[in-house]
Design a protein around this ligand. Structure first.
Ligand code: TXA
Ligand code: MG
Length: 320
């Protein structure tokens, strides 16, 4: 849920509008922009708080991983463990409506919230003059899901974005109707090339370029679609939720002024800050070797719902 109402600027798809949009991104604010598929809701992919604002603006109850938009394959290789299949597909289809899911590259600088704490990242280079100009003006990776409130259909015109997100984001670049109109095709390039989501690029074209057929996603596989994943990131340590203090053998992940921990998601109780810190702090506490990570109560409102969803998954009984 957007915590404050803001004026949403409708920006022209000209040099001035694009520079203003890039400025918003640098400030950690959200901007909707046209791609050839649908309008994306963009944030600086390296800024955890900016990425957290995407989930708040969309009112998304879960931290689904987001697609990172880049200018080209060279830029993509900074963030992913690139491979030959990625090279071949990018050479044929980028820029275009194809998203590649690859192992996340360590040290690339993306916020862990972008990949929802998973060790993979989804990347694509959009084929739209306005999207491309925004990437060039901003000069970095832009995390962007479709620019609709959670559970609603994807927007293919600026007016759709206005209807869904006005008052919740800083700006919308009006670049007219999106030529493709459906989301990108998503292909996982783990051990077996897998069609994770059908989309604007026909699977047959991808299979022809690869010379092999694409597998259907397997529930529980490493690079499957997160909605189908039963366990996302689970720490090595056990978890105890709604804790107000650490017991013997526990480390405490705090939240708010009343529960300070070994790490604290947000001392002031700010859910946007907490979301931005969540995966980093869980990793850090887990790496410290504690038996149990106790976690302070998080309010079940706005981004708190997504944080709690992820904490409950991390705390769920482990598979056998
Ligand atoms: O055409 C598109 O793909 C549009 C434009 C804006 O680029 N974007 C879009 O994003 O459709 P979104 O968030 O609505 O859908 C992204 C999909 C989700 O189903 C998400 O789960 C999946 O991509 N995804 C993102 N990162 C992933 C990852 N690391 N592994 C598996 N799936 C991933
Ligand atoms: Mg979507």
């Amino acid at each position: 849920m957007a915590e404050t109402h803001q004026d949403t600027r409708l920006l022209a798809a000209d040099a001035e509008g694009i520079e203003q949009a890039a400025q918003f991104l640098r400030q950690g604010a959200l901007v909707a922009f046209p791609t050839e598929t649908v309008y994306g809701l963009g944030a600086d992919a390296c800024n955890g708080e900016a990425v957290a604002r995407i989930f708040a603006a969309k009112d998304r109850p879960q931290f689904n991983p987001l697609i990172v938009h880049v200018a080209d394959a060279d830029a993509a290789q900074r963030y992913a463990e690139w491979n030959d299949l990625a090279d071949r597909l990018a050479a044929v289809f980028w820029p275009g409506p194809l998203t590649l899911v690859l192992p996340l590259r360590a040290g690339g600088g993306l916020s862990p919230l972008v990949s929802a704490g998973q060790p993979s990242v989804a990347l694509r280079a959009p084929d739209h003059p306005v999207g491309a100009a925004l990437l060039a003006a901003f000069g970095g990776p832009i995390a962007a899901p479709s620019a609709n409130p959670s559970g609603r259909i994807s927007p293919t015109r600026a007016a759709h974005v206005v209807a869904g997100l006005s008052g919740r984001i800083a700006g919308i670049i009006d670049g007219g109707a999106c030529p493709v109109g459906v989301e990108s095709t998503i292909v996982g390039l783990g051990d077996v090339p897998t069609l994770l989501r059908p989309g604007g690029l026909p699977a047959e074209a991808i299979e022809a370029a690869l010379g092999v057929s694409l597998a259907a996603p397997v529930a529980g596989a490493a690079l499957t679609s997160p909605g189908q994943l039963s366990s996302h990131y689970a720490p090595r340590a056990g978890m105890r939720l709604n804790a107000r203090e650490a017991r013997a053998g526990e480390v405490l992940l705090g939240f708010g002024p009343k529960v300070r921990g070994d790490q604290t998601l947000s001392a002031s109780g700010d859910l946007t800050e907490a979301a931005a810190q969540l995966f980093d702090m869980l990793h850090a506490l887990d790496a410290g070797g504690a038996e149990i990570i106790a976690v302070a109560p998080i309010p079940e409102t706005g981004l708190g719902r997504a944080i709690n969803d992820r904490l409950r998954r991390a705390a769920a009984p482990r598979g056998v």
